[in-house]
Design a binder for this molecule. Structure first.
Ligand code: DOR
Ligand code: ZN
Length: 353
């Protein structure tokens, strides 16, 4: 619901520096191309572990973290918050090691086969119960890619089915496990989070706030708008907007910026993911502005996430100005290029400081 302010819309806003609670930065040459974008606008980011091979141990997370520091400006204050990739055989002891290290902030659950590099993911959550027990005990959050993967379940129903078939029992069996339902895309997911305990929260991407499935399928198929969970119908997008601007502290920013080379997107079997990190907060500002709720942006982008993770908010601010600018057609991405969201089109907001 738009708020009832009658004053003219602001031409600039200052907010506490945001954090990205769900980000893919890849590795190798691609890492060097993309992570500086996030380091320049966010204080912290939760770094997804779906590399090949996946980041399943604290030792791997530690070297990945170093690679991220090596890829950004030496004077940057950006903090990568590392995650471990949960498998059927992640031992509870690895959770103790992770917590002791102080560099691992969460564990990511990919149902096997759900998305990019998820083949090593979990085949049956029951196999992970001892490990989840340890996470609950030590307060390490579980980040959930919430989609079932059966061939017979329609791709547009996979999130709702995951809630009914997996998530309801998971939160019942682990009532004090911190769970982030990642990149939610449906009214069902928003409702589930709202009615769950304070241990359950959700991230919402900018692209799911700004687009529905027509943006992917009408007037020609748009491979750069293909992501997982897939864009849904307009009623779901509207429910996500309501959740994001509601002031409920369970909802926070997580871009799921997921760069793939142009070559791997514009092909007969293209990868899932949109590259949004180059203008993350600007895209969220646009979504909140469209809903006449810019006054709710800071809470979503900069306060709710740290609150859930038990961290302080960032101590500095950024300023955004209402100013249209044209997104480049492509950005370098290792030896290839990545096509950003809105390539060649405009974004209404710009960071000025
Ligand atoms: O669109 C997506 N891209 N969704 C995911 O869950 C994974 C991500 C990726 O890593 O490419
Ligand atoms: Zn992701």
């Amino acid at each position: 619901m738009p708020n009832s302010q009658t004053t003219s819309p602001p031409s600039s806003i200052s907010i506490i520096r945001p954090d990205d609670w769900h980000l893919h930065v890849r590795d190798g040459a691609g890492l060097k191309s993309v992570v500086p974008f996030t380091a320049s606008q966010c204080g912290r980011a939760i770094i997804m572990p779906n590399l090949t091979p996946p980041v399943t141990t604290t030792e791997q997370a530690s070297s990945y973290r170093q690679a991220i520091f090596d890829a950004i400006d030496k004077n940057s204050n950006f903090q990568p918050l590392m995650t471990l990739y949960l498998t059927d055989t992640t031992p509870p002891e690895e959770i103790e090691t992770a917590v002791d290290s102080g560099i691992v902030s969460a564990v990511k659950l990919y149902p096997a086969g759900a998305t990019t590099n998820s083949d090593a993911g979990v085949t049956d959550i029951k196999k992970c119960y001892q490990t989840l027990e340890m996470m609950q005990k030590l307060g390490l959050p579980l980040l959930v890619h919430g989609e079932v993967t059966h061939q017979d379940i329609d791709i547009f129903d996979r999130e709702k089915k995951f809630i009914d078939q997996r998530l309801v029992s998971l939160v019942k069996d682990f009532p004090e496990l911190k769970v982030v339902f990642e990149h939610i895309t449906t009214s069902d997911a928003a409702d589930f989070v709202i009615q769950s305990s304070s241990y359950v929260a959700a991230t919402i991407t900018a692209h799911h706030l700004l687009m529905n499935r027509n943006d992917m399928l009408v007037g020609g198929i748009k491979p750069h708008h293909y992501c997982l969970p897939i864009l849904k119908r307009e009623t779901h997008r509207e429910a996500l907007i309501r959740a994001a601007i509601s002031g409920n502290n369970k909802f926070f920013m997580g871009t799921d910026s997921a760069p793939h080379s142009k070559h791997n997107k514009e092909t007969a079997c293209g990868c899932a993911g949109m590259f949004t990190a180059f203008a993350a907060i600007e895209l969220y500002a646009e979504a909140f502005d469209n809903a006449d709720a810019l006054d709710k942006l800071e809470q979503f982008s900069s306060l709710n996430g740290p609150l859930f993770y038990g961290l302080e908010a960032n101590s500095d601010k950024i300023t955004l100005q209402r100013e249209k600018w044209t997104v480049p057609d492509a950005f370098d991405f290792g030896d290839d290029v990545v096509i950003p969201l809105r390539a060649g089109q405009t974004i209404n907001w710009k960071i000025t400081s």
